[in-house]
Design a protein around this ligand. Structure first.
Ligand code: APR
Length: 244
């Protein structure tokens, strides 16, 4: 099929889509930020003050990602793409579970834990050194390597790519995000007015705003439920049996 004639699903994912794979979310009472204050591990200031601590924090995140496997939600999105839909994923997650499930178009807004980058030039990316990043591992400009993740207070380099995708969406599906972090959360408002918006999250009723169709289910149930309807009809729509 022609690229432009295929139905285009744009998906914005957050930590909740990987929760059923065993990766901790951030803002739950037992979430990551409860035990690891943001200002101590995820800001440029934390890196300047105590890079060793920041590196150890991301080592632990990386171990968790490596042990995890894609769940039914990641797999349902990849299957939809295999069956001919155009599926563009914009993820706030730094894990690689969308790619491991088979999704081919994935924009990582907040970077990728399995890569390293220069600490002076975010365009200089490197494969992860064996055994993880150590103090003393440097880029080609001689500066310390750091995890390829976007910290609080830093620009989001791929935001324009995300904006372009959202503008072209036939349906915008948002999965497992508290929509607490800008600019990612603003993407929901950037879709054309006529574009249907769906939010799959157990807390959907608290998170949805006007014009957003909430589905209060875990990602592993809610996403395959929707993709089954879409695959059966070959189009992106809001099934009445799901949304009343
Ligand atoms: N299925 C779907 N959603 C779930 C599930 C599940 N099984 N379990 C929890 N959730 C939802 C929660 O209800 C919550 O709305 O996932 C969301 C997780 O929210 P956050 O922890 O705030 O994570 P996220 O929105 O991805 O955070 C955005 O903030 O800390 C930074 O850079 C970090 O990318 C992250 C960004």
């Amino acid at each position: 099929m022609e690229e432009t004639s295929r139905p285009h699903l744009v998906v914005l994912t957050g930590a909740g889509i990987s929760a059923e794979s065993g990766i901790q979310t951030f803002r739950a009472a037992d979430g990551l930020w409860a035990d690891h204050p943001i200002e101590e591990v995820a800001t440029p200031e934390a890196w300047a003050r105590d890079p060793e601590r920041v590196l150890r924090f991301y080592d632990a995140r990386r171990d968790q990602v490596r042990r995890a496997r894609p769940n039914a939600a990641h797999k349902a999105l990849a299957q939809l793409e295999r069956e001919g839909f155009r599926v563009s994923i914009i993820t706030q997650n730094i894990d690689d579970l969308h790619e491991r499930a088979g999704s081919r178009q994935v924009v990582h807004l907040h970077g990728e834990i399995l890569k390293a980058r220069s600490s002076v030039d975010e365009r200089m990316r490197y494969p992860l050194p064996r055994g993880g990043i150590a103090l003393g591992d440097v880029c080609d400009k001689g500066s310390q390597l750091r995890p390829d993740v976007v910290w609080f207070g830093e620009a989001v380099p791929r935001f324009d790519d995300a904006l372009e995708l959202v503008a072209e969406a036939d349906l915008l599906l948002v999965v497992g995000t508290s929509l607490a972090v800008m600019p990612a959360a603003s993407l929901l408002d950037e879709a054309p007015l006529a574009t249907p918006r769906v939010l799959v999250d157990p807390e959907a009723s608290e998170l949805t705003t006007a014009g957003v169709n909430g589905l209060a289910l875990p990602a592993g149930e809610g996403v395959p439920l929707l993709t089954r309807h879409w695959r059966r009809e070959g189009r992106l729509w809001l099934p009445e049996t799901v949304f009343g």
